[in-house]
Design a protein around this ligand. Structure first.
Ligand code: AHM
Ligand code: MG
Length: 331
């Protein structure tokens, strides 16, 4: 591709997401403008979900008896609300023909069979943190469909494999709200300016530190891990590394991406395939890890090389700074 990346275009920190997308569009795969529109739709959905999250503690109050909210919709849990909002934004945008969501068993047809893209997503990850005001996130992964345009999308469109993602990213609802994504070149982060309602480029060309001293894992499962994983964790402690685990994948991944560290959710006796879902948790974060210079492995090989067989399959994951991931999965 002869087009320039956002980095080469020297887009300044402070530029809005819309302007960033417009100026760097030629660097996007296929560069037809449709992917640009899709990213804008995702950003819009993120802003809407951000608004819902910010009033989460008020929902019961605002909803009176817990039956209906001010818009006349039934009161629902935030992850369900996020799912509905996301699907609506993608349907309205028109670029997406089908969606695979953690919240729905089957793929969702948007009614736009002319759409060239499919999106796999976890609309609101970190379910245990939703009701307690701790960081949560949205994760998304975009493919160009392989079934003919104009027909109904099928599972085949989603089971292309991680290397076929044309873009992936997340929205972190934390102390500030951030959108981080890559269209296959560099990884860039945008912070939501709440007063303007705009995502502003704040973290340009994010590069994963080669190594770090943070390890993020649910240590309550220690005795359930393979001996090799236990040894790695023992080593982290021997070296005096910091244990940091929110239990929100997006938040844990984001911190480690900026500071250097490893996030691991290995197989356990209870969950031999791990807990996290390949298509909308592991693949997109592995994509971002690799594009930023980090690594992602299932303990045997690169996450992105796993051949998917079903929409909601799980995978163990070791993701983050390259040297730490290599060390953790060393045979
Ligand atoms: P969820 O999709 O039900 O929210 O589960 C995914 C979450 C991740 O965000 C987090 O890293 C992990 O599950 C925490 O799991 P555990 O509570 O077993 O440590
Ligand atoms: Mg999840």
């Amino acid at each position: 591709m002869s087009s320039k990346t956002a980095q080469e275009l020297a887009l300044p920190v402070g530029v809005t997401l819309d302007r960033f997308i417009m100026l760097s569009q030629s660097a996007f795969p296929y560069a037809t403008g449709e992917l640009s529109q899709l990213l804008r739709d995702i950003a819009l959905a993120g802003k809407i979900i951000n608004r819902e999250i910010n009033r989460a503690g008020l929902v019961d109050i605002a909803g009176g008896n817990g039956t209906e909210n001010v818009q006349g919709e039934n009161q629902q849990k935030l992850d369900i609300v996020a799912n509905i909002r996301f699907i609506r934004a993608l349907k309205n945008g028109g670029e997406v023909c089908a969606i695979l969501s953690e919240e729905d068993e089957d793929i969702i047809h948007t009614g736009n069979d002319q759409g060239k893209y499919v999106v796999a997503m976890d609309p609101l990850d970190g379910s245990s943190n939703i009701d307690v005001n701790v960081s949560i996130g949205t994760i998304f992964s975009i493919y160009r469909r392989v079934t003919p345009t104009g027909t109904a999308a099928t599972m085949e469109d989603f089971l292309q494999g991680g290397r076929k993602q044309i873009a992936a990213g997340y929205i972190l609802y934390g102390s500030s709200t951030m959108l981080v994504f890559s269209t296959g070149e560099d990884v860039n982060g945008f912070t939501l300016d709440q007063s303007l309602g705009e995502f502003i480029l704040s973290h340009k060309n994010i590069c994963s530190p080669k190594s770090g001293n943070i390890f993020s894992v649910n240590e309550g499962n220690y005795y359930s891990y393979l001996e090799s994983v236990q040894k790695y964790l023992d080593n982290c402690k021997r070296k005096g590394f910091s244990a940091r685990y929110i239990g929100s994948l997006v938040g844990d991944f984001h911190r480690n991406l900026l500071k250097g560290g490893i996030y691991l959710y290995p197989s356990t006796k209870k969950d031999p395939k791990g807990k996290l879902r390949l298509l909308y948790e592991c693949y997109p974060l592995a994509f971002l890890a690799e594009k930023s210079g980090g690594k992602a492995s299932d303990g045997f090989g690169a996450i992105l090389d796993i051949i998917p067989t079903s929409g909601h399959q799980r995978s163990p994951i070791f993701v983050g700074s390259a040297a730490m991931v290599e060390e953790a999965v060393k045979p």
